[in-house]
Design a protein around this ligand. Sequence first.
Ligand code: PEP
Length: 255
Amino acid sequence: MKAIIAGNWKMNKDNGQSRELVLKLMSLVGIDELKNRQVILIPPFTSLSILAELVMNSPIKLGAQNMHWERSGAFTGEVSGVFIKQLGCEYVIIGHSERRHLMGETNKEINRKLKTALDIGLIAILCVGETGAERDAGQTESVIEKQLTQGLEGFENEAHKMIIAYEPVWAIGTGKTATLEQAVEVHKFIRGLLKKPSTIIYGGSVKSDNIDQLMAHEEIQGVLVGGASLDPESFARIIQYQKFLDKPKISDSSD
Ligand code: PEP
């Protein structure tokens, strides 16, 4: 299985900046460095078309940051999973903590979105994780169990078709990475709840200086990176979590 290295740009990078970031990234990362990893870029919706063109002949895949549970209809301001798939996305983040906590997204809505993503053939990156207060109150496992049980209700046997991202809310954008022990403990807990072997990745202040330690553990099958994916040098270093290989660059592969 390839390790997942996903970069969530959140509401950053306009079209010109997106183009610049991808071109720079492709000049920094060698093709050989991508053999055992799946790089997924998750830009704002507005940059998806541009990125689709730029990564067309490369092993890099695209994802979207959210989608609606209906395929089309009177949902002003929402985005259809069918449309993002048509743009070239293979992945979609569902239930990111910023959507849960800032936009009030519920497990029920997340469940509907996951079902639609499955139906239309998008690979969902389902984010789960506890807040700092929940961890302090000893509720980490119960919170995650509820997010998974309610999120996957009705298609529990299909979680292996998704990627589960353990993202402790207190570690997102704060610079406070979970310790390896904390991350591994929760990964094992999640694995125990799932019916079939599934891909479980970690997110929360992943940086170029902690990626090697995280990826060295077999429980951590990839990472979801926010802030550090906005800088091509640091995201390239994260992709290159093993030593740098002096080989042709991704941008050379389309010739
Ligand atoms: C994220 O947005 O999913 C995330 C993990 O952000 P950061 O890496 O900035 O903590």
